[in-house]
Design a binder for this molecule. Structure first.
Ligand code: FAD
Ligand code: MG
Ligand code: MG
Ligand code: MG
Ligand code: MG
Length: 546
């Protein structure tokens, strides 16, 4: 025990030792996983390699099903129903779990420094170090305030289960306060003015849920003050839901208008005080302040402090988001992987590698590619550079061979110039993957599968074709498969955008949304809880106690 009331201990054994059948000692590598959210939980559920010791560190001993978090804010779904304790998974898989937050990563000594809330120690925290052989960073991101003054102090975020419960209590409190006697009309209007900042999927869904609550429940519970309620949705850009198909954006904007939600686009929030929120109109530059009762802030995400510090240490200080390669290995650092919202894949450009690709394929070193040589690279190019597929789709070409044929005409040999020219515009289709649960969970599963076959790959390192810098790796790079996006718009209506340019809006997609998410909930326990919440709300309405 060290001074200052701080309990310090060090878990300095990076790897446990086990004996094989013939008494030989095998050293197990220790994998430390930070985080129990979408990417971390997915990694842990798919991890099946007994040759590793797995240690999980997360301040939260449960997984949270975030897509249903907005429904918790108005009591459609209970918070308990969308969390899955991770202890069960830990026991089943034989993993260790420590409830703590990692506050410092020290990659040169392969150590992390952690803090846990501990009400028994004098300082209220316990600190300790932990060694790792392999580190998997899955800590997600934090809400981004863009340093707007007053936001941290006065606005609500919607990121964790606690946030949703606080919002719920706050909404009900606003109604109780507005129902007190002897208030002026102005005062009631102020208290019942709900402001949502950010027209992304979360802000829009929250506004819709709040509106449903006002129309379906408040009218019955607080009939006297209902006329004073107002919802304002502020968005700095030209449109809400701008990552969706234009048809969905248009539908959502019209629906909000009809519903009486005050939608203000091109309005950037410049400050929040205890009573007022100030916005600056794009164009006129005019600053307007309005009184409010409650503000919910949902304008996107930023890196956590521990990640910013880590990026400084490994030479990524200039970047906004932690970068990995396509195998999810953190760039500039050994044995560290990063998944989910915390990182982005630094996608390679075809044009940067084009000479190397050509050289690899040109086995006879003739300076041109014949049909056979050409075929040998095509598949790898599509695998390695996802932008190729997007480009082909845009040009309505079936495959890359067609693209090259159109550039090369009747020639049987392909020169490097033609090769370059044909692929010259492919990189314009490069896109970062969105910060979604879909991406995070696929990355977790992908990385777990790589670990599951680690020995096989290390023993047989010959990959199909090895590009520059790839070393002995022969795992396929991570590829994302998009299954579609949903934007619940309230009153049992949902917009769905599915692969293949398929857009559907209305009641039918609400049921699609219910079933997709009900089937994606991690366990039968949570599934049945959520379904019974939906049924309960359907029959009895929402609970309005705070
Ligand atoms: P998270 O799921 O946030 O997990 C991070 C984990 O790390 C948590 O367990 C956290 O406690 C832990 N942690 C934090 N700091 C530390 C630390 N210092 N040390 C150790 N552990 C730490 N996506 C969709 O695809 N569809 C949707 O419908 C959808 N709806 C959403 C609705 C809301 C309200 C929100 C907030 C998000 C929604 N998302 C949705 C986005 C989705 O939730 C995220 O993209 C996803 O959670 C990212 O997963 P992650 O593992 O990177 O981070
Ligand atoms: Mg996670
Ligand atoms: Mg989560
Ligand atoms: Mg990411
Ligand atoms: Mg040749």
């Amino acid at each position: 025990c060290s001074g200052g009331g701080l309990l310090m201990y060090s878990d300095s054994s990076p790897s446990k030792r086990t004996l094989t059948a013939d008494g030989q000692e095998i050293k197990k590598k220790k994998v430390v996983v930070l985080g129990s959210g979408w990417s971390g939980y997915s990694f842990l559920s798919h991890f099946n390699n007994p040759n590793y010791d797995v240690q999980v560190v997360s301040p939260r001993n449960f997984f949270l099903f975030t897509p249903l978090l907005p429904s918790v804010t108005n009591g459609t779904v209970e918070a308990r129903s969308i969390v899955e304790p991770i202890r069960g998974l830990m026991r089943k898989k034989g993993f260790e779990y420590t409830e703590a937050e990692c506050v410092k990563i020290d990659p040169s000594n392969k150590k992390i420094h952690c803090k846990s809330k501990d009400s028994t120690s004098l300082k209220g925290t316990t600190e300790f170090d932990m060694d790792y052989d392999i580190l998997v960073i899955a800590v997600g991101a934090k809400p981004n305030t863009f340093n707007t003054p007053g936001v941290e102090e006065h606005a609500h975020f919607l990121k964790e289960a606690d946030d949703a419960l606080k919002i719920r209590r706050s909404v009900i409190n606003c109604f109780e306060r507005a129902s007190l006697p002897d208030l002026t009309e102005e005062e009631r209007k102020k208290i019942l003015h709900f402001v949502v900042v950010g027209g992304g999927p979360t802000g829009v869904e929250f506004s819709a849920e709040l509106h449903d609550f006002l129309v379906e429940d408040v009218a019955k519970i607080y009939p006297k003050v209902q006329e004073f309620t107002r919802i304002t949705l502020l968005e700095a850009g030209d449109h809400i839901l701008n990552m969706f198909d234009k048809r969905i954006t248009a539908f959502a904007e019209e629906k909000f208008q009809r519903d009486g939600i005050d939608l203000k686009t091109k309005s950037m929030v410049v400050g929040v005080t205890a009573d007022e929120i100030s916005t600056k109109e794009r164009g006129s530059g005019e600053v307007v302040s309005e009184p409010y009762g409650m503000v919910v802030w949902s304008t996107g995400i930023g890196s956590r402090p521990v990640i910013k510090d880590f990026m400084q240490q490994i030479g990524q200080g200039q970047r906004r988001v932690l970068a990995t390669d396509e195998w999810l290995r953190v760039e500039g650092c050994d044995s560290v992987y990063a998944l989910g919202d915390t990182a982005t894949i630094n996608q390679r450009r075809v044009m940067e590698d084009i000479a190397a690709i050509f050289g690899k394929a040109d086995k006879g070193e003739t300076g041109t590619l014949n049909k056979k040589e050409f075929k040998s690279v095509v598949k790898d190019i599509c695998q390695r550079y996802p932008q190729v597929e997007l480009y082909l789709k845009k040009k309505k070409l079936r495959n890359i061979a067609n693209l090259l044929k159109s550039a090369n005409g009747d020639n049987t040999e392909l020169s490097i110039e033609t090769f370059k020219q044909a692929l010259s515009e492919v990189d314009t289709q490069m896109k970062n993957l969105p910060a979604t649960a879909q991406v995070a969970s696929q990355q977790g599963k992908y990385l777990a599968k790589c670990f599951n076959k680690m020995e096989k790959c290390e023993n047989k390192p010959e990959g199909p074709l090895r590009f520059r810098g790839e070393g002995r790796h022969r795992f396929q790079p991570f590829r994302y498969r998009h299954f579609g996006s949903f934007a619940p718009l309230g009153r049992e209506q949902t917009a769905a955008e599915l692969p293949g340019d398929w857009v559907s809006i209305g009641h039918s997609s609400q049921w699609l949304w219910y079933s997709v998410y009900a089937s994606k909930l991690v366990s039968w326990r949570t599934r049945s809880l959520v379904v019974s919440d939906w049924v309960r709300r359907f029959i009895f309405g929402r609970d309005s106690s705070s």
